[in-house]
Design a protein around this ligand. Structure first.
Ligand SMILES: Cc1cc2nc3c(=O)[nH]c(=O)nc-3n(C[C@H](O)[C@H](O)[C@H](O)COP(=O)(O)OP(=O)(O)OC[C@H]3O[C@@H](n4cnc5c(N)ncnc54)[C@H](O)[C@@H]3O)c2cc1C
Length: 422
């Protein structure tokens, strides 16, 4: 009789994390990925214009992301991320040129908000009180319902944080998701709030070492193979997957993990409810060479289109989250509009606009609104041997690397229990 196996569809971080767990437990695993390589929305590529490897977009993690650190240890890549310690978040006001640095203190009592050298200039202590409304927000509340969307604290702290964390306009973004982010990070003090960035590229830190570890564990990785349909038996089990290269049978007892974005899942499981709507993230990679050598790896930008500037290996890359308004604007226009902001942030206002690669991720995340939260299913679906994973499946967490990895691990645990007859 053929041995049961687990088939994982999707080799983004959720699928990779699931495969690592199953591979570690010694179960036969096949990963089917439509793209020519692993990584999904967290990937790197060689850009011919800049003639170097760049990421599809800047990715920020934080020391509170425990699943990320477990994953890094698992793939032997803990030394391939940079941790900003102690936690410091430099900001620049792009209109006035003013600069300041947010420095959370140690311990859970956030006295940094009262300290001039650590907090947001222009913000009074009373301006922080609405944060309590955010922490106590009900399921239907938006960020905009809880925090007044004007004034220095909004412009200089809440807006860049909220837009980046939820990739959704604060007027419609879930207050509970932002509160969850704050509870996990800033509310736990400096140690949990340190910024974590990749050393050279997303692929180098998060993807390639995982692929290598999976190969060492005997996991079969099949890239460039799209799953087009599922064959179901009368008892509601999936018995085969139909792919762009043929049919793959699932022997009795086998498990299937669908580690897909919410917008791809209906192709295979149309009856499963999923969140509606997606939001775009725009990244502009400017080739500034040594002109950025003096900059910290990460700078928050306020009163600007761009929210965060990442500097690495001579590239100044800025992120514009919740960027759907730019969907139809051509790359050259975007680069010329945003370069002056980057020049201010770099302190290089005389520098002519350098070569720039614009990456539009039109479906970067699902729309993180209160209405979508109940549509996040967790790992379970109504089919007996099918489990769901992906950043959108874990309720209560924003669509992030941390959420994707957690979801993959949870789905793998369910599959392992089922493989053991549970
Ligand atoms: C520009 C950008 C910036 C971001 N910034 C941050 C950040 O700062 N911090 C952070 O934590 N997160 C960030 N994120 C979010 C993070 O990248 C995602 O949460 C995470 O990568 C999602 O992983 P996933 O495995 O759930 O999904 P995906 O990465 O989308 O993986 C799903 C995989 O399934 C494959 N697939 C789809 N359909 C099929 C099919 N039918 N058959 C086979 N394969 C299929 C896809 O090709 C893909 O590889 C950002 C995302 C983007 C796009």
């Amino acid at each position: 009789m053929t041995q049961p196996r687990t088939v994982i569809v999707g080799a983004g971080l959720a699928g990779l994390a699931a495969a690592l767990e199953l591979g570690k437990a010694g179960h036969p695993v096949t990963v089917l990925e439509a793209a020519p390589a692993a990584g999904g929305r967290c990937r790197s590529f060689h850009d011919p214009l800049l003639d170097r490897v760049i990421d599809n977009g800047n990715h920020l993690m934080m020391t509170a992301n425990t699943a990320v650190f477990t994953y890094l240890a698992e793939i032997g890549a803990t030394d391939r991320v940079r941790i900003g310690a102690p936690a410091t978040y430099p900001f620049v006001d792009v209109i006035s040129g003013e600069r300041w640095t947010v420095r959370p203190n140690r311990g859970p009592l956030p006295w940094w908000i009262t300290a001039a050298r650590r907090s947001v200039p222009g913000a009074r202590i009373s301006d922080w009180l609405p944060a309590l409304r955010l922490l106590l927000a009900g399921p239907a509340a938006t960020v905009g319902d809880c925090i007044p969307r004007k004034g220095p604290l909004w412009e200089r702290f809440w807006e860049p944080l909220s837009v980046a964390a939820l990739n959704t306009d604060p007027a419609e973004a879930s207050a509970r998701l932002l509160a969850a982010t704050c509870r996990l990070t800033f509310a736990r003090g400096e140690r949990m709030s340190r910024p974590v960035t990749v050393m050279h590229s997303l692929a180098d830190s998060l993807i390639d070492p995982a692929v290598q570890r999976l190969r060492e564990r005997g996991v079969e990785l099949r890239f460039g193979e799209r799953v087009r349909g599922l064959t179901r038996a009368g008892d509601g089990r999936v018995v085969a997957v139909e792919t762009s290269r043929g049919s793959l049978d699932l022997p009795t007892g086998s498990q299937l993990i669908l580690a897909l974005p919410s917008w791809n899942l209906p192709d295979l499981l149309p009856e499963q409810a999923v969140p509606t709507g997606t939001r775009m993230i725009l990244n502009l990679h400017f080739d500034v060479g040594a002109k950025a050598d003096h900059m910290p790896p990460l700078t928050g930008m306020t009163r600007s289109e761009a929210q965060w500037l990442f500097v690495r290996d001579g590239i100044a890359a800025v992120t514009v989250s919740a960027a759907d308004r730019h969907a139809d604007t051509d790359a050259g226009t975007l680069a010329s509009r945003i370069w002056p902001e980057v020049a201010v942030a770099l302190g290089q206002t005389d520098m002519p606009e350098p070569a720039c690669r614009v990456v539009k991720e039109r479906r970067a995340t699902f729309a993180e609104t209160p209405a979508n939260e109940p549509l996040r299913p967790g790992a379970d679906c109504h089919l007996a041997n099918v489990w769901l994973a992906g950043d959108w499946t874990v309720r209560g967490l924003p669509a992030t690397i941390e959420g994707a990895i957690r979801s993959g691990r949870i789905a793998a645990e369910r599959a392992i229990t089922a493989l053991h007859g549970g």
